[in-house]
Structures are given as C-alpha cells and as structure tokens.
Ligand binder design. Structure first.
Ligand code: NAD
Length: 363
C-alpha cells in the first residue's frame, strides 16, 4: 500500500517561493501521536511494542499514576516529559497537539469516564474491550463521541486479523450449505484472585465480561446477523476463589436465520476455539482468540490456512484507525459494535439472573 506523505510546511522546494501573507496551509502529519492511558499488562506487552511497528501512528505520550513507570517508559520509549500525564493532569492533554489519539487501557469500570473525558479534551479515542460496564454506559460514550466530532474505535484487534477475516469471507459464501451451528469458547485460569477482573464493581462480572465479546463477535461475523435471544447459566465450582463473579458462564445464542451458537467463557479452564458446523462441512479456528498466538484455520476437505500477519494483532487495528481518521470514515470496530456486544452481554446476565431465555434489545 502506498504510504501517505506528509505535506511539508516549509519544505525545501517551498523555501524558494514565499507564501502569500494570508494563506492557510493544511499540515497533515505523517504519523498520529497515541497516548496510552493505564500502563498495565496489555499496554506494556502488546500496545507499546506494537506502536513501534505501526506505520501511521506512534507512541507519543502516556498517562500513569505510578511515577516509577513514568520514568521507565520515558527512558525506554524516548517520550518527552511534556507528554507524560497522571490521572490528576489527564485533562490537560487537551492542550497538547502531539497527542491525536487517547488509547484507554484501564480496568473496565474506568472505560466510560476516561473515554468521555478524552472526547471532551478534543481527542480521537480507542477504548479497550469490553466497551463499558453495560449498554447504558456505551450509549453515553457514543453520545460524547458524536458531540465531539471525533472518532471512536473499540480495541477489537480481531476485526483486523487475517484468519478471522478469512472466516468471515468463507462464511459469507456459504461454502458447505447453510451454517447450522457454531461453538465459540474462550477461557483460561485466572491466577490472580486479587485482580480487578475478579471484582464485580471493577470488572463487571468476571469471564463473561472479559472474554464474552470474542465468542459473541466471531459468531456475529460468521452469520452476518445479530442474535435475537440468549439462554445462559453461570457456575461457581471453586467457591474460595470466585466470591463475586461466576467462574464459568455457558450461553446459547439464537440468530434470526435459525443458526445456533453454543458458547462458553471461563476463568478457571483453558479453551480457545471457534467451530462452525455447516450442513455439509465444518470450519474451525483453533487457537482462535487469544492475542499471544497466531490463529490457525482448518476445516473440511483438508483446508488449513496459516497467514503470516504482523507480529502484534494490534498493529493492523491501530493503523486502520488512523486511516479512518484521515478518510473521515467510521471505524469497522466502532462504538456501535461495542454497544451491540454489551447489549448481548446484558441479556446474558439477565438470563442467568432470571433463569430464562431473554430477548436481546438493540436500540
Ligand atoms: P492490568 O490490570 O494489567 O492494567 C490496568 C492498569 O490500569 C494498571 O496499570 C493499573 O495501575 C491502572 N489503573 C489505574 N487506575 C486503576 C484503578 N483504580 N484500579 C486498578 N487499576 C488501575 O489490566 P490489563 O490486562 O492491561 O487490561 C486493561 C484493559 O485492557 C482491560 O479493559 C482489558 O479488558 C483490556 N485488554 C484487552 C485485551 C485485548 O486483547 N484486546 C487484552 C488484555 C486486556
């Protein structure tokens, strides 16, 4: 792909021809500056390294409450002191033209607040998944985005991942007849009982909040439809460990065309796969969802596809967002997509609480 060139304000050729006094020159940056908010595991091990590989954006700033982290990151990534903020000075980012995009990588209960404040500061925003604690929060975030005129992307790296895009293309072609059933599962053993992910008020509900979006999206992408109703059940086996959240949530989604999806999320068992059962064949991604491994796609008739993508899946995600900003177009992983996933998760939670099948309400 042809790389965009910056419009140089006083480039060598223009030096010879002075600009007319009242003229306005639009300066398009070659790369947009990203500020990471929250320097935890994902920011440290995925996003910061990925920002060393991105073509259209770079790590311009950080927001952290830990002075030691500020010093380490400043040195490691050569970040100017004026681009380093803490949570008290966060709103001053509004005055910093080097920060174009604020990337919210905080615990789930802080997503809405920092996304809204970043829009109020006049910045584009990427917000990590799940978009908010519930659909109502997502709607407030979308309202803030619309008011600001800036763009919002949800950190859905798999929307830009080649194996998942291949599954979407194959799914759309109905390769072996109609898609009848899907199985979509993600789980791992949560080794940190003190983590915010295990607290209801901070993570929003354990594995279903942390991992549910992946299972839901793969199914939605495959059939190109949204589920109309869900049936779910939550389980706790290890009562010592899981005091505030379910350990495992099993749920079923029913799609308008009759396709069914059986899904599971767990914080105490390892699983990572997305299986599609057609009338006359099957297709599977395994591993499917976790960001540390390249997915493998295989299926009927000896299909096996392994595509070499970027080292980090977030590289394509962040570069795509910059292209959206430049082209003034809605991101594929939009706030509206994040909202729909939360509406489905809200329905899953209601189904568990009320022990019944719940219709998903989209608005
Ligand atoms: P983490 O716990 O490792 O990091 C969270 C950071 O937030 C820490 O640096 C912590 O100091 C900071 N923080 C600031 N205020 C805090 C407060 N009041 N309470 C707790 N922490 C506070 O978490 P993480 O794994 O980096 O996840 C961060 C976000 O990224 C989550 O929303 C998570 O869902 C998302 N995530 C997405 C992916 C993905 O593949 N898209 C993968 C991992 C995490």
């Amino acid at each position: 792909m042809k790389r965009r060139k910056a419009v140089q304000l006083l480039g060598a050729s223009m030096m010879a021809t002075p600009l007319p006094k009242a003229s306005f020159v639009f300066i398009k940056k070659e790369k947009l500056g990203v500020a990471l908010v929250g320097l935890g595991n994902y920011a440290t091990n995925m996003l910061a390294p990925s920002l060393q590989e991105t073509q259209y954006c770079y790590l311009a700033g950080i927001v952290t409450g830990t002075p030691k982290k500020a010093r380490t990151w400043k040195e490691k990534y050569d970040i100017p002191q004026k681009n380093i903020y803490n949570y008290d000075t966060f709103d001053q980012i509004a005055d910093n033209p080097e920060i174009d995009i604020v990337y919210v990588v905080l615990p789930n209960f802080m997503h809405a607040e920092y996304t809204i404040r970043a829009f109020e500061a006049g910045k584009h925003v990427i917000c990590e998944k799940p978009m908010g604690m519930n659909a109502a929060e997502c709607q407030q975030m979308i309202a803030a985005q619309q008011k600001s005129g800036k763009l919002l992307q949800i950190g859905y790296r798999l929307f830009y991942e080649p194996h998942h895009l291949a599954v979407k293309a194959i799914g759309a072609n109905e390769r072996w007849g109609k898609v009848k059933m899907m199985e979509s599962s993600l789980g791992f053993r949560m080794g940190r009982p003190d983590s915010w992910r295990m607290k209801k008020a901070e993570g929003g509900g354990g594995a279903i909040m942390d991992l549910g979006v992946y299972c839901i999206q793969a199914a939605r992408r495959m059939v190109g439809e949204n589920p109309i109703q869900v049936t779910a059940k939550g389980y706790v086996d290890d009562k010592q460990l899981f005091k505030e959240t379910y350990e495992t949530v099993l749920f079923q989604m029913e799609f308008p065309n009759g396709t069914l999806c059986n899904a599971s999320t767990s914080f105490n068992a390892y699983v990572d796969r997305f299986h599609t059962a057609y009338e006359e064949g099957w297709l599977e991604l395994k591993p499917a969802f976790n960001g540390g491994q390249q997915p493998i796609l295989h299926g009927s008739k000896n299909i096996k596809i392994s595509i070499n993508g970027n080292t980090y899946q977030t590289t394509a995600q962040m570069d795509a967002f910059v292209q959206n900003i430049w082209n003034k177009e809605a991101p594929t992983a939009s706030g509206e997509e994040g909202l729909m996933d939360m509406q489905i998760i809200d329905a899953i939670k209601a189904s568990i609480a009320e022990s019944r099948t719940v219709e998903v309400k989209y608005s």
